[in-house]
Ligand binder design. Structure first.
Ligand code: FES
Length: 510
């Protein structure tokens, strides 16, 4: 199946592309149009459909193309933002409410699996969080105490399931794992069987919510709906949420071991960024799925090196036979630690959004399905205040994020360059790319595997930052709000809605 980069995940290698029911472009009025055919969009779509709503899902690429195909599908009821931190920033009651929301999300996942009889390797697993030194152990103590107060079933443990030294550890009961692409395909299938419409390869270009029904202009035609949900990881356009969420990349290996040391649960260390472990069996083969090395998108000159770092780290404690899959994925870190789910700031009360899931995409996707479902069906949700996208909270450490790259916003005017006048391009090997200067302007240049040079304007079409080369996925990534483009400048992931500008190269005759 297709994905948003050069590498394929363990899940995507296991599945062909999703083939939707073929039908003419829908002209009927929908209750809800959902933009984004990932796990959030489809979980929301089935939630609404179960309650009688007529929905259409609009997906720019294919089902499971983006983060759903790249996740490691840990479904936890604890979060990257610890209950300790949530207590401090949002209060004890809200930490309790967050845990309630997570339990409800897990119930929503389970009921989908049950209702639609989905074979997606869903399993409850214990999770282990371990501290490697005294400082981390003190932090773990705070986490355990606050988590227990929030209602999480967590206790100290003398074991962590993997052969690593540790100072202290905690066990969290009844967490879960599953195969995300099998799950999302089955949801898509059930949704279509129930009368839902999925439009793959259909990009939302604009919408008008001044009057009802909302008019949604797409690359395939115009849709009309009473309500509109953005489940696109980060919403398109330029809005306040782009300044409250920061894009990050995370790296994953799926590894075969020489022995049987595959952990029987979910394991997390407390490094910053932390590492995560789980086991998945596909086609009779076990894989250790191991990830980490997170960094801000577009802020690392050698993204590929993170795979090597993971392999070296893993090799110190596991007997590796083969690294079968290497892939990376994107997530959006929320500015104050909690996701933004609810009414979309700056739009009418009929437009909704879910974003800023951090590294907790699985629980948040189903929290979004429940919360947005309740807002649309009943006009309210017990969680709406906690996750209100319009809330104002202090955003620690994000001041530099907004201004990063703000000095490089000139659009490339000349659309044609002479290769003879560009220096050092001979050094560019096939598969490599670079931002070069030409007559005082910047140009993104990539040499493909056949040796042909391809040039594009590196000014991101979203808010005009300069894209950076990602040598792990062979993409141009924007460091400001995480838009990603192919080497031809086509959009892989939003928030951009237009491709990068084309530049022709005059190549001298041999
Ligand atoms: Fe916002 Fe590129 S994604 S400027």
């Amino acid at each position: 199946m297709e994905r948003d980069g050069a590498r394929i995940s363990l899940w995507q290698a296991d599945m062909p592309g999703y083939v939707p029911v073929s039908r003419d472009f829908p002209l009927e009025l929908f209750d809800v149009a959902i933009i984004g055919g990932g796990i959030t969009g489809l979980a929301t779509a089935v939630q609404l459909q179960k309650n009688g709503k007529k929905c259409v899902v609009v997906e720019k690429s294919t089902i499971g193309f983006g983060s759903t195909g790249g996740t490691t599908a840990h479904f936890n009821t604890f979060f990257d933002t610890t209950y300790d931190q949530v207590q401090k920033d949002f209060g004890k009651e809200n930490a309790w409410l967050l845990h309630e929301a997570a339990i409800e999300a897990l119930n929503t996942l389970e009921s989908n699996i049950r209702d639609y009889n989905i074979a997606c390797d869903f399993e409850y697993k214990d999770a282990y969080l371990f501290a490697k030194d005294k400082k981390q152990a003190e932090e773990l103590d705070r986490i355990v105490k606050a988590s227990q107060e929030a209602g999480l079933r967590i206790a100290y443990s003398g074991d962590i399931l993997i052969d690593r030294p540790f100072e202290k550890a905690a066990l969290i009961e009844q967490q879960a794992q599953f195969h995300p692409v099998r799950y999302v395909y089955a949801l898509a299938n059930a949704f279509e069987k129930g009368g839902g419409v999925i439009l793959q390869g259909c990009m939302m270009e604009s919408f008008d919510d001044d009057e009802l029904p909302i008019t949604v202009k797409t690359s395939s035609g115009v849709i009309h709906s009473r309500q509109l949900v953005f489940a696109t990881h980060i919403p398109p356009g330029l809005n306040i949420l782009h300044f409250r969420c920061a894009p990050y990349r995370s790296y994953v290996l799926a590894v075969k071991l020489k022995n049987d040391a595959y952990p029987g649960g979910l394991v997390y260390d407390m490094d910053v960024p932390y590492h995560y472990y789980r086991t998945q069996r596909i086609g009779g083969q076990q894989y250790l799925v191991f990830g980490g090395e997170d960094h801000k998108t577009g802020h690392d000159e050698d993204a590929y090196s993170h795979f090597g770092n993971l392999e070296t780290y893993l090799g110190t404690h596991f007997d590796l036979e083969e690294v079968s899959y290497r892939w990376s994925s994107q997530f959006y870190e929320p500015g104050d630690g909690l996701a933004y789910i609810g009414r979309f700031p700056g739009h009418s009360e009929n437009v909704f959004v879910a974003t800023g899931f951090g590294g907790d995409g699985m629980p948040y996707s189903h929290m979004a399905a429940k919360l947005l479902g309740d807002l649309i069906l009943h006009g309210q949700s017990r969680y709406e205040k906690l996750f209100d996208p319009g809330r104002i909270k202090p955003i620690a450490g994000f001041s530099s994020f907004v201004s990063e790259n703000a000095d490089v916003i000139k659009e490339f005017i000349a659309k044609r360059i002479s290769i003879e006048k560009v220096e050092n391009l001979d050094e560019l090997a096939p598969g490599e790319a670079r931002i070069i200067r030409y007559k005082g302007e910047q140009i993104a240049v990539y040499r493909n595997d056949s040796g042909i040079l391809m040039a594009i304007d590196p000014v991101c079409t979203h808010a005009r930052c300069i894209v950076q080369w990602n040598n792990a996925e062979k993409t141009w990534d924007c460091p400001c709000h995480g838009a990603r483009y192919t080497v031809e400048g086509e959009i892989l992931t939003g928030p951009a809605t237009r491709k990068l500008g084309e530049i022709e190269m005059d190549v001298p005759a041999e």
